[in-house]
Design a protein around this ligand. Structure first.
Ligand SMILES: *Cc1c(COP(=O)(O)O)cnc(C)c1O
Length: 219
């Protein structure tokens, strides 16, 4: 299957309210251009250096999403152009993004990454921590950040019941904190190649799909 065929197959299966982020990490610019020529404009990357290099090389109407763990010392490199940061996992990172966004005269859209998976290795706020932070009112002072929703990953398992319960938890956490934001808080980023149909059943509005579009990655 070609990238173009993969994209049209996935798109035809997505409800109209679910956005597709094509996760292009570890794939070359040529592969991204194949997707671009098939009409895809939203791409996700997980490493800053790769994201910046691709941004510089590729058409300027691409929306670049940062989906991988982000270190504060790397924020400056992406602040001028990034469209959405999915992986915001601490107050310190938020403060840094706010500062860098102000420096370039932007308001940067962010998602709060929530940790629900059983692996300890995955990052993100735990739900109590997140709730306490959102209730603290500290976000109101961060004028150059707009929180658009939450992002999360399910446990890496074949057990569909566990995956479903992880996604249901993410949806519940989003519903719980929605009243503390304005109407632009409307993104629930969850679902990858192996689990996106379940994520959509659980209310995902944004799926992040890599290998089902571009094939296996060579790390
Ligand atoms: C790599 C990655 C994806 C895409 O994974 P696939 O299984 O290739 O679809 C989605 N989300 C995040 C955070 C990733 O790092």
């Amino acid at each position: 299957m070609t990238v173009k065929a993969n994209i049209s197959e996935i798109k035809s299966a997505l409800p109209a309210n679910v956005a597709l982020v094509a996760v292009s990490k570890f794939h070359p610019a040529e592969a991204i251009m194949e997707a671009y020529n098939a009409g895809q404009r939203v791409f996700g990357e997980s490493r800053v250096q790769e994201l910046v290099a691709k941004y510089e090389q590729l058409p300027k109407d691409i929306e670049w999403h940062m989906i991988g763990h982000l270190q504060t010392n790397k924020v400056r490199a992406i602040a001028p152009f990034v469209s959405l940061i999915h992986s915001v996992d601490s107050r310190r990172l938020l403060e840094c993004i706010n500062r860098e966004a102000e420096r370039c005269g932007r308001v940067i859209d962010c998602l709060l990454e929530v940790h629900v998976a059983r692996e300890q290795t995955k990052s993100g706020w735990d739900s109590e921590e997140l709730l306490a932070f959102v209730c603290s009112g500290e976000l109101a002072a961060m004028k150059n950040i707009r929180i658009r929703g939450i992002m999360g990953m399910a446990t890496n398992t074949d057990d569909i019941a566990i995956i479903r319960s992880d996604f249901e938890r993410l949806a519940a956490i989003k519903a719980q904190i929605t009243p503390m934001f304005d109407s632009s808080f409307n993104v629930l980023s969850m679902g990858m190649s192996d689990d996106y149909p379940i994520a959509i059943q659980c209310g995902s509005t944004m799926v992040r799909i890599g290998s089902s579009i571009f094939g296996q990655r060579n790390y």
